[in-house]
Design a protein around this ligand. Structure first.
Ligand SMILES: C[S@@+](CC[C@H](N)C(=O)[O-])C[C@H]1O[C@@H](n2cnc3c(N)ncnc32)[C@H](O)[C@@H]1O
Length: 288
């Protein structure tokens, strides 16, 4: 490995979260003692009483619910207007959001929704995947749940720290090698069965463009990204904007001789069109 690589999997220990306890209670809810009214649990500094059958559970339960929704309202109030729209979809992004998932601003608008990430991971089951633009871990976590091994790369150290933190919540941090680095510099030294590409789309304003094209991808155009990936393996998955010019995506397969198989899939969450996925070579199940 090159000197510039930082592998956080073994070293980072910043998260204070613990996994669900064997009874399935949230990690920040600790049982303290028993009382006449039932079991007592500590949630942060609040005491929450579980009710005995003879008491009035409906009223009490309502009070707990109120405390929780106050917490959510407080969280919502601290969120920037740009992020708010994405925060409202938080459980589509991470189903275990309430267990302490963290995102930075770019993470909020660029993370792959969990349902789509699961779909991508299903194609890679049992294999070693290189997630070249890992962000806050939306894809890397799902790969780790289904695949043999995952290498997660991001140029931004904060993203890798967040991805590590979020992977811990899902209990998969040990199955991912986290690397802070530039994918284009690292590509020649990487080995894996499948390369996963979800490069930046240039921020939420990509939606305003009538037809997105490969030149608009960041930090380099889509052809350069694809060619760097091809040096590792022809088995490539690329997650792209919904308004992408599909002819250009097919053209990517012609960069190889003979041309690679390519399959293009539309991805929806809750009926909303979120993006398209291009599967190349062995990860393509159908020819386009
Ligand atoms: C669309 S986001 C990835 C989101 C990720 N799939 C997820 O679900 O969390 C793109 C990421 O690429 C990273 N990035 C940009 N340039 C990079 C480079 N040259 N090498 C590696 N990562 C890069 C950004 O920091 C950003 O986190």
């Amino acid at each position: 490995m090159e000197k510039s690589l930082i592998v956080l999997a073994q070293t980072n220990n910043t998260s204070s979260l613990s996994p669900l306890d064997p009874e399935g209670h949230p990690p920040n809810l600790a049982r303290t003692s028993e009382s006449e009214s039932g079991k007592l649990w500590m949630m942060g500094n609040e005491r929450v009483a579980a009710q005995a059958p003879h008491s009035r559970p409906f009223k009490k339960r309502k009070r707990v619910k109120l405390k929780r929704s106050r917490g959510k309202r407080a969280e919502c109030a601290t969120i920037s207007p740009l992020v708010k729209k994405y925060w409202l979809q938080r459980y589509h992004l991470f189903s275990r959001y309430d267990e302490g998932v963290k995102l930075d601003e770019e993470g909020w608008y660029s993370v792959t929704p969990e349902e789509i990430a699961i779909r991508h991971a299903e194609r890679c089951r049992g294999r070693t995947v290189i997630d070249c633009f890992a962000g806050v871990g939306g894809n890397a976590i799902q790969f780790a749940l289904l695949c043999h091994h995952v290498v997660a790369i991001d140029i931004d150290p904060q993203k890798i720290a967040l991805a590590f933190h979020n992977a811990k919540i899902y209990g998969v941090e040990g199955r991912i090698d986290f690397i802070v680095g530039d994918f284009f510099q690292l590509a020649p030294s990487l080995k894996g069965d499948i390369v996963y590409l979800s490069p930046p789309w240039g921020g939420p304003s990509y939606k305003m463009i009538q037809q997105f094209n490969l030149d608009l991808l960041r930090p380099k155009d889509g052809y350069s990204v694809f060619q760097a990936a091809q040096r590792i393996t022809p088995n490539i998955i690329m997650f792209l904007p919904r308004n992408m010019d599909l002819d250009q995506v097919e053209e990517l397969s012609w960069l190889s001789s003979p041309p690679l198989h390519v399959e293009i899939e539309e991805n929806y969450v809750d009926g909303n069109f979120k993006g398209i996925t291009a599967y190349f070579s062995n990860v393509a199940w159908r020819q386009a």
